[in-house]
Design a protein around this ligand. Structure first.
Ligand code: PLP
Length: 371
């Protein structure tokens, strides 16, 4: 199976033939409409040049600025947190719970209360992540956010196709970010989208995504804008990718199923599972947790696999352990540290065959047996 489904070339050729090679056009519109009908819930979608841009615009439209604080999941990719800093605001990191590996709703509430008592102000936004495709405890997180009147931004960059309580990830926050980077569940070669609650918010985000030009006959600016729109050629790729999204999700889940079965007999090694009936991960990446005493550490296993030309990755290193965020407040109880120390992401790409996955599982068995 190739990364492209087949119809992408047709849509791109159509974009060329109709001369729509700019950062707007019918294919971008169509891609947005396809995302909107896939997500449902009357969301309005704005296609952008990256998922990072989507998070940056979400915070911009929410009015995050210098001196504000934004709560962000600690265990995530740095792109979740960096846009907070772009706006001169300060990230406050909150630890995960074990079941989903995402932000802990109880600790979130403690952090909000503590920030209020320490600074006299509420955080301006909350960024929760559906890490590796696993939905966060989105009902409880949204409930806490609503109780304090703080907007929730769902970083669903890895979770297109996942659902929580039957509802698609990317529809839970006031805003949500999607990514179509080359490594994500579908790709436009590079790209992202901002999922907006309505047309007004989408129009505001579009304004900032296209250099914040005021409606005058000459170039006139009251705000600093960005150049963040997706090109029509990439939109054409996205149209084709939407046609293969369901089978890509199915493929990732199938790969997860093979790993689950093939690694079940290794004591101390646990493949991450949906923690309850309301969770339905796309399993963008299958991850394992390796208990101490299993005889092999995640990094030793990574090296053993690398020796057989198999690429695996350690989990995202928590943000509070990153030098660049050393000064940021952190509310933790040791969970993200432990998940990081014990975790490994296994090869999960939809181009891998069942035999490839079985070969990886066999290598894991050999590496554990040798230690
Ligand atoms: C990929 C990713 C992003 C950023 O998306 P880009 O399109 O690469 O900018 C943000 N958050 C998470 C969790 C991601 O995995």
């Amino acid at each position: 199976m190739n990364h492209m489904g087949g119809t992408e070339r047709k849509y791109v050729a159509d974009a060329f033939d109709t001369d729509w090679i700019v950062p707007l056009g019918p294919h971008v519109d169509e891609f947005e409409h396809r995302l909107e009908s896939y997500l449902g819930h009357d969301k309005r979608v704005l296609a952008l040049s990256s998922g990072t841009a989507a998070l940056h615009l979400a915070l911009t439209v929410l009015g995050v600025g210098a001196g504000d604080e934004v709560i962000c999941q600690d265990l995530t990719f740095a792109a979740s947190a960096n846009p907070v800093v772009y706006l001169g605001a300060k990230p406050v990191f909150v630890d995960s719970e074990r079941r989903t590996m995402n932000i802990d709703p109880e600790l979130l509430e403690e952090a909000i209360a503590d920030r209020l008592s320490k600074t006299g102000r509420l955080p301006k936004a909350i960024i929760a992540v559906d890490m590796y495709g696993m939905p966060a405890q989105l009902d409880r997180i949204a409930e806490v956010a609503a109780r304090y009147g703080i907007p929730l931004v769902e970083d669903a960059a890895e979770a297109l196709g996942s659902t929580f309580g039957g509802r698609r990830c990317g529809t839970f926050g006031t805003f949500a970010a999607l990514s179509f980077n080359g490594n994500k569940i579908i790709t436009t070669s590079g790209g992202g989208a901002l999922v907006c609650p309505g047309e007004e918010e989408r129009r505001r985000a579009l304004f900032f995504a296209t250099q914040a030009r005021e409606d005058r006959p000459y170039y006139y600016h009251e705000h600093v804008g960005y150049n963040y729109r997706l090109s029509n050629v990439c939109g054409a790729i996205g149209c084709g990718q939407m046609e293969v999204l369901p089978e890509r999700v199915e493929r990732r889940r199938h790969i997860h199923g093979i790993y689950t079965e093939a690694l079940a007999d290794i004591p101390g090694m646990a493949v991450q599972q949906n923690p309850g009936p309301e969770f339905d991960s796309n399993f963008w990446l299958t991850t394992v947790q390796i208990a101490p005493g299993t005889g092999i550490t995640p990094d030793a296993l990574r090296l053993a696999l690398a020796a057989e030309n198999i690429e695996s990755r350690l989990l995202w290193r928590p943000m509070h352990m990153q030098p660049v965020f050393a000064e940021a407040p952190y509310y933790g109880h040791g969970v993200s540290d432990e998940l990081f120390e014990r975790g490994l992401c296994l090869p999960s790409g939809s181009i891998l065959t069942d035999e490839d996955i079985e070969r990886v599982a066999a290598s894991i068995h050999r590496a554990v047996a040798k230690n």
